[in-house]
Design a protein around this ligand. Sequence first.
Ligand code: GLC
Length: 433
Amino acid sequence: MEERAINIIQNNWRNGFTIPTSKLYPFQWLWDSGFVALGNGIHNLPQAIEEINKMFSGQWANGMLPHILFHSELEKTYFPNYDFWNSNVNPGAPLYPKSSGITQPPVFGFVLKSLHDIHRNSEELKGFIKDIFPKVKAYHKFLYSYRDHKKEGLFYIYHPWESGRDNSPIWDESMNRIVIDKQSLPAYTRRDTQLMNAAERPTTDQYDRYVYLLELGKRYKYDGKEIAEQSPFLVQDCMMNAILIKSNDSLIQIGKEYGFDTKEIEEWQAQSKGSFNDKFWNDNLQSFVSYDCRSEEQIEHKEIGGFISMFGECATKSQAKSMADYLNQLHDKGYYLCPSFDVDSPLFDSKRYWRGPIWPQMNWMIASGLQAYGFDHIASIVKSDLLELVEKLGFYEYFESNKHTVQKINKGYGGDNFSWTASTVLSFLNSDL
Ligand code: GLC
């Protein structure tokens, strides 16, 4: 398995970065890249360093890291392409590489910490960390200064694609509230449904709203404070904020070792940690949920993002226990862990993007979080379930969670030979989980 995983990453390696999978995703994606560096960096540190450097070559002057870097302008098979984003409406966006105008989960802090723990004595890594640390910090500063409009220590997103859980049912209500005048949308042709089974992809109505929000961002140059005022979709995502907290923590630890001033990060962190539990814990669901800043309500669905709170160590011991108990129950009911959405909800869809299937890198964060709270048994199931699925169904992008259904199928869902699946396998095989 390890050999196959390494081969997949090498085959997906382009000039300095790893594509998630050929055809469907021909560029560099932010959190994919972080997870690839995490797993690939175990045996191939130089490549992981190159990958991260390549990502930061696309950092904007305001500190933002874009969710896609379009390293090749000749590759026209993806929509929305760099010319549709037109991110140079923002004067701080680099001319090269071209990029999208939104971001994705801030994973690089914890990725650096993990590489640092594995390669303690590497001089190459030490030099790299000295150079990259201020850039990662600048990215966090962007989130706190441009995206935390209420100064709560919790940043917002204005496009579901930023969350990485692109079409999770948690966004449905907030998205459906958006009234769209179809005439006002630019003409566009989707590529994803030409390449993949439409039943696994978002619907046309959903896609129109994605384009609408993209256009709104563009109108305000992708960083204006008008976005917080004007966007009909404005959400504080519990998963992204937990990841930020995890990455802050990593930066504080690394920073202290390397003699960087970590005071500002510690101030952000204290505020974020203080607000996280108040804003996101939902007693009825016994889980963390995201918050809709427009309706000023919690988004009441049990979903995978809530469990990442354990990875950020933002849950109390008893909150973590509730979540661990729930995962134990799902396991006993005949599910592989961890389905991305509430299996008992009518909105659950075991095949469709983020509406039910299992996602490899999520398992890694959840297993690590469970382990941090001492729930080692269920953590090891989260690990072995993913490895078993990959063994049975291949290195796909995401997987079926129902054990009966898995017996009847012979492959996973979405793209094949997927980089974050390969790198998560490497992370798991080399972990003490
Ligand atoms: C999809 C996923 C997103 C991922 C991207 C590339 O858009 O929803 O999380 O980063 O594909 O793999």
